[in-house]
Design a protein around this ligand. Structure first.
Ligand SMILES: NC(=O)c1ccc[n+]([C@@H]2O[C@H](COP(=O)([O-])OP(=O)(O)OC[C@H]3O[C@@H](n4cnc5c(N)ncnc54)[C@H](O)[C@@H]3O)[C@@H](O)[C@H]2O)c1
Length: 424
């Protein structure tokens, strides 16, 4: 049996250039044979940079290649559905970027095709595979589960309406879907109701109730500045608690069988400076905050110099510092992108159950998203219908080889009773 799965990549845009291209070529269980994009220049550039054997501009040509066993779809969200369907009908396994589709109805279309085709599909909710969240999941599992969580996910003045002319709530579809999937994965439970209040477009606060009695609040904002960590989680467990800061640091409180601080190396892009990776492993959150601050201050200074046309030498220096060798500010952390694609390939090779989000998990995220947007619009709690049997989230935990700095100490704090059912 081959030791690598032959992949084709459809879509060579921003996320592929920052993640999928470099990750697919270095993933131990993947051979990237073909890259496809409507834009021939992007195909040419990707092939040149990563030495990819083939390039095409029509996805039909990629899908017609019998050597290609799996495709990674990294196009914009509105074409995930036709491409995922075409790929499975052509006999390919699929890893598709999040969200699986923009509505539950479209997710169900994909599920029907998947059932007929017998192909495997994983949704790119990569945070599941971030070493920090893998450790968080293990800690939660051994301490009675998470009862009460808070998650903040924010961006530096990135307003979907302004950027894409999108309707209010679009940030929830495209960004917060990651958090909905992660919270279900970590709690091992299903969302039964949600309330969403908006301060303004792309500035929302949500309250979620889970079937096992857990609750979570989610703060989503497009109005932060990027010196602020993009995302943090706080989780109160049955006994004790933990926090995760931007995937670089996990702290435990009141848990005497885990060290209080765990730090995680950053994600490295082969074309960019990599010192951040080691700094994160040594200094965790402090290094991440200082790096964010440095880049924020430099880019603010550069913007001011560009506006006034002043000091060309300093402007050139700042352009160089922030140029294409600098780490990408929101892609410096290890949010699990590489582990996710390689884990998918390993599952295909060994026919193993997969830790990644399935089509049903993609549908679940779309249903929560739809309920959140409805709640936002109508100003009331929206209940989600009971999930059908077989749609429960996966609760197993896979151990990642990456640098989780966990060194377990003798256990004293033990799991408590399982969570009881709850109604909002
Ligand atoms: N997991 C993450 O962390 C993460 C981060 C950012 C974006 N994303 C997701 O990745 C996807 C892509 O986002 P992006 O920012 O890279 O978009 P993008 O617009 O930069 O790139 C999309 C590319 O797909 C190409 N394309 C469109 N239709 C095609 C077709 N039929 N055949 C071949 N190529 C086609 C376009 O030409 C474009 O180059 C989105 O679904 C987004 O939600 C995920």
């Amino acid at each position: 049996m081959s030791e690598r799965v032959t992949f084709g990549l459809i879509g060579a845009g921003k996320i592929s250039r920052s993640q999928h291209l470099p990750n697919l070529v270095r993933a131990p269980h993947i051979h990237l044979k073909t890259v496809c994009d409507l834009n021939a220049d992007l195909v040419h550039e990707a092939r040149r940079q990563y030495d990819i054997p083939h390039g095409v501009t029509r996805h039909e040509d990629l899908l017609a290649d019998p050597d290609i066993e799996a495709v990674l779809i990294a196009t914009r969200d509105d074409v995930h559905v036709p491409l995922a369907i075409a790929a499975m009908e052509a006999g390919k396994h699929v890893y598709v970027e999040k969200p699986l589709a923009e509505t539950p109805e479209e997710c169900r279309r994909i599920i029907r095709v998947q059932e007929k085709s017998g192909r495997r599909l994983a949704v790119g909710f990569n945070r599941r595979m971030a070493p920090a969240y893998q450790l968080a999941k293990r800690i939660m599992a051994s301490h009675g589960g998470a009862r009460n969580l808070h998650y903040r996910i924010s961006d530096a003045y990135f307003i979907w309406g302004k950027e894409f002319g999108a309707a209010p709530g679009t940030r929830i579809i495209h960004e917060v879907c990651h958090v909905f999937d992660l919270l279900c994965y970590l709690t091992g439970s299903e969302v039964t109701s949600i309330y969403c209040a908006a301060a303004r477009d792309d500035d929302e606060s949500m309250l979620l109730r889970f079937a096992n009695g857990a609750v979570a609040s989610v703060l989503s904002s497009g109005y932060a500045t990027y010196d602020m960590p993009k995302e943090t989680m706080e989780a109160i467990l049955e006994l004790g608690s933990l926090t995760v800061s931007d995937c670089v640091e996990l702290r435990t409180f009141g848990l005497d069988d885990y060290q209080p601080v765990h730090r995680f190396a950053g994600h490295v892009h082969p074309e960019r400076d990599a010192i951040h990776s080691e700094l994160f492993e040594k200094m965790g959150e402090e290094a991440m905050i200082q790096l964010r601050r440095i880049y924020y201050e430099k880019s603010t200074r550069l913007d001011a110099l560009r506006a006034t046309g002043g000091n060309p030498a300093l402007r050139r220096q700042l352009e160089d510092d922030l140029g294409h060798h600098a780490p990408m500010i929101n892609y410096m952390m290890d949010k699990g992108w590489l582990h996710a694609v390689d884990h998918f390939a390993q599952c295909l090779l060994k026919d193993l159950p997969c830790e990644l989000a399935t089509t049903e998990d993609g549908l679940r995220a779309a249903r929560i998203t739809q309920a959140a947007i409805q709640s936002r619009r109508e100003g009331r709690v929206v209940r989600l219908e009971e999930p059908k049997a077989g749609l429960a989230s996966q609760t197993r935990t896979v151990r990642i080889d990456a640098s989780d700095s966990a060194r377990r100490m003798p256990a004293r704090t033990k799991s408590a009773a399982p969570l009881s059912g709850g109604i909002l």
